[in-house]
Write a protein that binds this ligand. Sequence first.
Ligand code: 5GP
Ligand code: ZN
Length: 112
Amino acid sequence: MSCLFCKIIEGSIPSAAVYQDEQCYAFADIHPQAPVHVLVAPREHIVAMTEASEKQSALLGHLLLAAAEIARAKGLAKGYRLVINTGQDGGQTVDHLHVHLLGGRPLHWPPG
Ligand code: 5GP
Ligand code: ZN
């Protein structure tokens, strides 16, 4: 299996785990863009939102709720941003769907 995040999820590539359960694995981004920068990835290999379907609705909802719970645990009471970069124009660089949780500083809008 050649997917970087599948390898991180199975543990063959090390990462700093932040949260995990039977559906998802959350870990610190290796190049943090904010004081808190966590990636929440489904254990199931889904390439991107372009490939997601109705049967993954509950899983996708779970990723958002897990990110919100991590944000609470990290003390991001002033707010945060959840981002799913999708495809080439969306700036996606790893083809295993993931939610970025960014927080700990004011975030600009619109993003680049
Ligand atoms: P994308 O650009 O696909 O939305 O996000 C990919 C993210 O994965 C980037 O923020 C990048 O810093 C992070 N990343 C890439 N390789 C690794 C790695 O080996 N370990 C960790 N923890 N993060 C990674
Ligand atoms: Zn994968």
